[in-house]
Ligand binder design. Structure first.
Ligand SMILES: *[C@@H]1O[C@H](CO)[C@@H](O)[C@H](O)[C@H]1NC(C)=O
Ligand SMILES: *[C@@H]1O[C@H](CO)[C@@H](O)[C@H](O)[C@H]1NC(C)=O
Ligand SMILES: *[C@@H]1O[C@H](CO)[C@@H](O)[C@H](O)[C@H]1NC(C)=O
Ligand SMILES: *[C@@H]1O[C@H](CO)[C@@H](O)[C@H](O)[C@H]1NC(C)=O
Ligand SMILES: *[C@@H]1O[C@H](CO)[C@@H](O)[C@H](O)[C@H]1NC(C)=O
Ligand SMILES: *[C@@H]1O[C@H](CO)[C@@H](O)[C@H](O)[C@H]1NC(C)=O
Ligand SMILES: *[C@@H]1O[C@H](CO)[C@@H](O)[C@H](O)[C@H]1NC(C)=O
Ligand SMILES: *[C@@H]1O[C@H](CO)[C@@H](O)[C@H](O)[C@H]1NC(C)=O
Ligand SMILES: *[C@@H]1O[C@H](CO)[C@@H](O)[C@H](O)[C@H]1NC(C)=O
Ligand SMILES: *[C@@H]1O[C@H](CO)[C@@H](O)[C@H](O)[C@H]1NC(C)=O
Ligand SMILES: *[C@@H]1O[C@H](CO)[C@@H](O)[C@H](O)[C@H]1NC(C)=O
Length: 371
């Protein structure tokens, strides 16, 4: 089991009705954080920030290389940081969980952090309680409720896994007491099987709900990670109620949206979930841009117009800053050999008008003179 899990860290092999696809661990993927007007990107092999102090998103200023700053991770004395999430009293800390790489580590998950205000690393932070055995083979994003100082992640690694909660103010781990197994079984149409849910995106809504967007559900076939998979239908939106510690599937009406992996999903202040990009088996998922209005019941999908589109991308990152979705990195699926085409730029999508969304370049690592 361990060997399989660790193997799946590098290669996720999913069978879609006899089509085998190999999903490599995304090399060019970054987790974004917006802290004190700086846009941090934590990647697999590099961590840096783009300084947006004095940059107004409302005009079309482009941020060039002199405002990109590397964070020297080798100074930290920790293994390359992974599984980052935001927390701390002032929401100025990026926490990291060391992936346990030996059986010994299972009983003691190590927590490290980078205080962005002090630009200081902290190693092996002591906490109350322990989380579930931690291996984030799907690269599931954490969500953080900045007001309550709590972070959440749900992954199915083992049969009895529930949602994991970390209180980053009091440094306490907690397990939720529920999981959506019966709801996932109802989507697969059988209560006799163990359903696994992978490659979704977590979206926090108004500090009281977490939505689960896209991804795949599969039948556990014994000890093997290989199994029959299907896309989570985009008309079924799984949600976790933080206050009630309970799960629900909401129905979504409106435009038909293809299931996907490798996409991003973010929440606007007026409860629109903006979904962008991703793959549907071997090709880009359609439409590239989809919007779910969660402000009314039933939820409704729409496919608004895109001005100045950037085209199909996958394994990118997205974060909301004011009236913009900031999207960066990942792979460009318009290129013939997209495996080779890492996106280097940071784009912004103007989301102020719910009917029409406009892309523009926000930042590029090239210098002004040579662009
Ligand atoms: C990180 O990986 C990317 C892609 O493989 C490479 O271009 C970049 O130079 C690497 N950065 C560091 C700091 O090793
Ligand atoms: C954009 O905003 C910056 C900072 O507020 C300002 O210095 C600059 O003049 C503005 N540019 C335009 C074209 O309005
Ligand atoms: C974003 O859209 C709003 C509403 O359409 C508009 O007022 C604003 O100027 C746009 N921002 C930019 C940077 O174009
Ligand atoms: C960009 O400019 C900065 C200083 O302005 C310099 O340190 C850096 O080497 C330049 N990079 C490139 C790719 O020209
Ligand atoms: C990063 O930190 C290490 C250890 O302190 C040091 O040896 C190295 O020169 C630093 N690298 C950069 C690019 O500052
Ligand atoms: C990070 O350092 C600053 C400056 O000392 C401090 O105010 C802040 O509370 C620290 N953050 C955390 C989460 O400890
Ligand atoms: C981390 O701290 C715990 C006690 O809090 C200790 O048992 C463990 O050995 C430490 N691990 C490392 C790698 O420093
Ligand atoms: C959470 O659950 C795991 C096993 O599923 C257990 O090892 C861990 O101690 C639990 N943590 C807390 C804080 O209850
Ligand atoms: C996890 O959730 C299941 C299903 O809701 C529940 O039966 C179980 O007791 C929970 N486990 C823990 C450790 O709370
Ligand atoms: C969603 O639709 C199904 C089938 O029409 C129905 O059984 C279920 O109750 C609906 N769920 C909600 C939360 O309304
Ligand atoms: C992807 O590549 C196409 C074709 O070269 C280009 O037009 C588009 O701007 C690129 N998109 C991104 C996000 O890099």
């Amino acid at each position: 089991m361990y060997i399989l899990l660790i193997f799946s860290f590098f290669i996720t092999l999913i069978t879609f009705n006899n089509i085998n696809i190999v999903n490599c661990w995304p090399e060019n993927s970054y987790v974004p954080f917006f802290i004190a007007d700086k846009l941090y990107y934590v990647g697999n092999n590099e961590t840096f920030y783009i300084d947006l102090v004095d940059v107004s998103l409302d005009n079309n200023t482009i941020v060039y290389a002199p405002k990109w700053f590397n964070i020297n991770v080798s100074e930290s004395n920790i293994d390359y940081p992974s599984n980052p999430f935001l927390g701390g009293k002032a929401n100025d800390k990026i926490f990291f969980i060391d992936d346990p790489d030996s059986e010994g580590a299972q009983s003691h998950v190590l927590l490290d952090a980078f205080n962005t205000t002090l630009k200081k690393w902290e190693r092996n932070i002591s906490c109350q309680g322990t989380p579930n055995y931690f291996i984030n083979s799907d690269y599931i994003n954490w969500v953080s409720d900045e007001q309550a100082g709590k972070s959440y992640i749900y992954r199915y690694v083992d049969d009895d896994e529930n949602l994991t909660i970390f209180d980053s103010i009091n440094l306490v781990w907690k397990n939720s007491t529920s999981n959506p197994q019966n709801l996932l079984q109802s989507i697969l149409g059988s209560s006799q099987i163990f359903a696994r849910y992978h490659n979704f995106v977590q979206v926090l809504s108004a500090c009281d709900k977490i939505f689960y967007i896209g991804g795949t559900i599969s039948v556990n076939s014994g000890s093997s990670y290989n199994s029959n998979s299907q896309f989570m239908p985009m008309s079924s939106i799984l949600a976790y109620n933080i206050m009630l510690d309970s799960w629900l599937i909401n129905n979504a009406t409106g435009k038909e949206i293809e299931g996907r992996t490798g996409h991003t999903a973010v929440m606007t202040s007026d409860k629109r979930i903006i979904v962008y990009g991703g793959m549907n088996i071997l090709r880009s998922a359609f439409p590239y841009l989809a919007v779910l209005d969660t402000s009314k019941i039933p939820y409704e999908w729409s496919t608004p117009t895109e001005e100045n589109p950037i085209g199909p991308i996958t394994e990118h990152s997205s974060i909301i800053i004011k009236n913009y979705m900031i999207t960066a990195f990942g792979r460009n699926l318009s290129e013939r050999d997209s495996e080779k085409y890492d996106i280097k730029n940071v784009y912004k999508l103007n989301i102020s008008n719910p009917l029409s969304y406009k892309w523009s370049l926000l930042a590029t690592p090239n210098n002004q003179s040579n662009s």
